[in-house]
Design a protein around this ligand. Structure first.
Ligand SMILES: Nc1ncnc2c1ncn2[C@@H]1O[C@H](COP(=O)(O)OP(=O)(O)OP(=O)(O)O)[C@@H](O)[C@H]1O
Length: 265
C-alpha cells in the first residue's frame, strides 16, 4: 500500500482519565486513581504486569466498564455517548472473535450493516480495506480456512472499516508467531498513519511497545497505577532496522527498569 505522510498528533485530547479508580469488590482496588491524557492521533501503549488493570483501563475508555470514581472523556464526551455513535470507537481483542458462518468480507461488512450504510458503499469500503490489509484473495473464505495472522488482519480490518476516531487493541498479537507479529506491526503502523486514528494498545511485550508507540504508559500492580511515561522519539515510518539499534535497546532497558519499579502482580 502507499504510505500516508506522517502527521504529528494534535494537542487536542482524544482520551482523558481524571482521577479514575476502579474496584470490582469493596476494599479491593484494581485501579488506584489514575490520570492520563492521550492526544488525538497519538499511538500509546499500556504495559504492565498481569492483573495491573490494563484491560480494565481499556474497557473503561470503551465504556464497557464503569469506573468506581473519577471522570472519563472520549473525544470530549462520555464513553457511553461515544459508543452510541456507532463506528467512532473500535476494539480489537487477542481472540479475533469472527463469526464462523460469515465469509471474511461479510465479517468485515457487519459493522457497516449495523450502521445501515447502503449496500454499494458498503461493498466499496469493504473492498478497499481488504486490499489495504492484503486480504483481497481470501474475501470469500470462512474464518476456519485462515491462519491466525490472517484472522487477526480480518479483525483489524473489521475495526477500521468504520474509520473510527479511536482504536483500542487488547494484546492483539499475543498468540502469533514472531514473524507474523512483525508483519502485522508494520501493517498496523501503516493503517494508523493512513487513518490518523488514535490508538491505545495493551501489550505485555516490551519490544512490541517500543517498536510501535510514540509513548508508553508503564503500569504497576496492587493497586494498578501509572508508574512512568516513556516517550519514544524515533520517527515514522518506523524502519524494521530500528529493532536492532542501540537506541532501541536503550529504550527497552528504560521500560524494563520502570516495570521493575512497579513491582509484580
Ligand atoms: N469483571 C471482573 N470482575 C472482578 N474482577 C475483575 C474483573 N475484571 C478484572 N478483574 C480483576 O481486576 C484485576 C485487573 O484485571 P485486568 O484484566 O484489567 O488486568 P490486566 O493488566 O489487563 O491483566 P492481564 O495482563 O493478565 O490481561 C485482576 O485482578 C482481575 O482479576
Amino acid at each position: 500500500m502507499i504510505e500516508a505522510p506522517f502527521e504529528h498528533p494534535s494537542i487536542e485530547p482524544a482520551v482523558e482519565l481524571m482521577e479514575v479508580a476502579k474496584s470490582y469488590t469493596p476494599l479491593d482496588p484494581v485501579l488506584a486513581p489514575i490520570n492520563l491524557t492521550i492526544r488525538r492521533g497519538e499511538f500509546v501503549s499500556l504495559i504492565g504486569p498481569s492483573g495491573c488493570g490494563k484491560s480494565t483501563t481499556l474497557n473503561i475508555i470503551a465504556g464497557l466498564t464503569q469506573p468506581s470514581g473519577g471522570t472519563v472523556q472520549v473525544m470530549g464526551q462520555s464513553p457511553a455517548r461515544i459508543r452510541r455513535r456507532s463506528g467512532e470507537i473500535a476494539f480489537v481483542f487477542q481472540d479475533a472473535t469472527l463469526m464462523p458462518w460469515r465469509t471474511v468480507a461479510a465479517n468485515v461488512a457487519l459493522a457497516l450493516e449495523l450502521m445501515r450504510v447502503p449496500r454499494t458503499e458498503r461493498l466499496q469500503r469493504v473492498t478497499n480495506i481488504l486490499s489495504v490489509v492484503h486480504l483481497t484473495d481470501v474475501a470469500d473464505k470462512l474464518p476456519r480456512q485462515l491462519s491466525g495472522g490472517m484472522k487477526m488482519r480480518v479483525s483489524i480490518a473489521r475495526a477500521l472499516v468504520t474509520e473510527p476516531k479511536i482504536l483500542l487493541l487488547d494484546e492483539p498479537f499475543g498468540a502469533l508467531d514472531e514473524i507474523t507479529r512483525q508483519h502485522l506491526h508494520q501493517e498496523l503502523l501503516n493503517l494508523w498513519q493512513w487513518f490518523h486514528t488514535t490508538v491505545v494498545f495493551v501489550t505485555h511485550n516490551v519490544f512490541e511497545a517500543v517498536y510501535l508507540s510514540q509513548r508508553i504508559i508503564v503500569m504497576g500492580a496492587n493497586p494498578g497505577r501509572i508508574v512512568k511515561e516513556i516517550s519514544i522519539p524515533e520517527p515514522y515510518p518506523r524502519d524494521p532496522r530500528f529493532r536492532s539499534s542501540t537506541v532501541f535497546a536503550h529504550l527497552v532497558d528504560n521500560v524494563i527498569s520502570a516495570l521493575g519499579e512497579g513491582g509484580t502482580a
